[in-house]
Design a binder for this molecule. Structure first.
Ligand code: F6P
Length: 401
């Protein structure tokens, strides 16, 4: 049989590493002939836009470069499949494409929305009595997928965010005047990435002095109170805020949403900067890490990249042993030494669901993270990948210009 693999959702440093995991395991497996890559996620299967990866990824050097290249080499999508009983025509097109190319297993590397595709598609294929397997390989910098200890992509994003916040701390503390620097961090409705800035305390940094997550209630009044209290203690105040934190005054503003109904977020840092400017009047700056935190492979976590390869490969083994409608998942066995294993879980349990940052790790004032969380985060950011460089810049693998 042949197999197909696709990448979906927002970019990370580790999605191509999972693609390498699927590809390298497939080429080792005598049951598998061609490995097709679907362009732009499930859209490529719907449009029959596939590339033969065996003709593209030819050498170990290609594989190594792809492994360390951020984002999605095959492109991505935010495509939501309709309910099967509402409109089955798109499912028929998918099945036709899979059958036409003798695809016996389809691997979808993505987050909670992509697991919706895995769950629906595997249900449809089963209803049709077909034997094609559908397996989800998790990824997202948000770390908000249920049923897995963590998600590939998160560790690298957390490592970049911590390193960048540390540089901002150094930068912001040079003057004798009081200042506030607000750093806006991605993560939609879940504050994992913002919370992970607490790892800096393992290296004796005190900042960020305030950390705000979307999981906690947030008001302008309480925020200003916190800032005033902290400014009395720290000359250069550093605040980490999740993009998902909402102010009451912004609730009625027009929203732009994607196909899964998620709002395109950004701007809370600027709003808070304005509030401080108006109410406190000190030097204040906001930094939005924005997309830089998703593709910062020059400081990715080796643990993250290695695990992303392993979980992709485990997906292939699961399909070959007859599993379908599953998402591969990490189970943490211990923090120190860090030990995980890879299991499979029902994709229906993760589809469209979000795992929030645990309230037990948020302080009672709802503006900081407890030291217990550091134990969870630290193993995920360990190790460095030796990045290939050319002319002083990282080299990225590309299949389409
Ligand atoms: O994939 C998750 C994520 O990276 C979120 O943290 C962010 O809010 C969202 O994607 C942005 O989506 P898009 O890439 O569609 O702008």
């Amino acid at each position: 049989m042949n197999i197909a693999v696709a990448q979906s959702g927002g970019p990370t440093c580790a999605i191509n590493a999972s693609l390498v995991g699927v590809f390298s395991e497939a080429i080792k497996s005598p049951e598998i002939d061609a490995v097709f890559g679907s362009i732009n996620g499930i859209e490529g299967i719907i449009k029959d836009d596939l590339v033969n990866l065996r003709q593209i990824i030819k050498t170990n050097e290609d594989m190594e470069l792809l492994r360390q290249t951020p984002s999605t080499v095959l492109g991505s999508c935010r495509y939501k499949l309709p309910e099967i009983d509402e409109d089955s025509s798109v499912y028929e097109r998918i099945l036709n494409c899979l059958e036409k190319h003798r695809i016996g297993a389809f691997f979808y590397i993505g987050g909670n929305d992509s697991m919706d595709t895995v769950a629906k598609l595997s249900d449809f294929i089963e209803q049709k009595g077909s034997d094609i397997k559908v397996i989800g390989v998790p990824k997202t910098i948000d770390n908000d997928l249920p049923e897995t200890d963590h998600t590939p992509g998160f560790g690298s994003a957390a490592k970049y965010v911590a390193a960048t916040v540390q540089e901002i701390i150094r930068d912001s503390s040079v003057y004798s005047i009081e200042s506030v620097t607000i750093i806006e961090i991605m993560g939609r409705h879940a504050g994992w990435l913002t919370a992970s800035t607490c790892v800096l305390r393992a290296n004796d940094e005190i900042a960020p002095h305030l950390i705000y997550l979307p999981e906690s209630p947030f008001t302008e009044e309480k925020f200003l109170e916190d800032v005033r209290e902290m400014m009395a203690k720290h000359k250069a105040l550093i605040i980490a805020v999740s993009e998902g934190v909402r102010l009451k005054r912004d609730m009625d503003k027009p929203r732009v949403i994607d196909n899964f109904g998620h709002e395109y977020l950004s701007g809370i840092g600027k709003t808070l900067e304005q509030i401080i400017k108006e109410s406190i009047g000190c030097k204040v700056r906001s930094v939005e890490l924005n997309v830089m935190q998703r593709c910062s492979s020059h400081i990715c976590s080796k643990t993250d990249i290695d695990e992303a390869v392993s979980i992709g490969a485990a997906g292939v083994r699961a399909a070959l042993s007859g599993e379908t409608g599953k998402m591969m998942s990490f189970r943490r066995i211990s923090h120190v030494p860090y030990v995980i294993d890879i299991v499979s879980v029902d994709a229906h349990l993760t589809a469209n669901k979000e795992k929030f940052f645990p309230s037990k790790w948020i302080n009672s004032a709802q503006n900081d993270i407890s030291p217990d969380a550091i134990k969870y985060f630290l193993p995920l950011i360990q190790g460095e990948v030796k990045i290939a460089m050319k002319n002083g810049m990282p080299v990225h693998y590309k299949i389409r210009s």
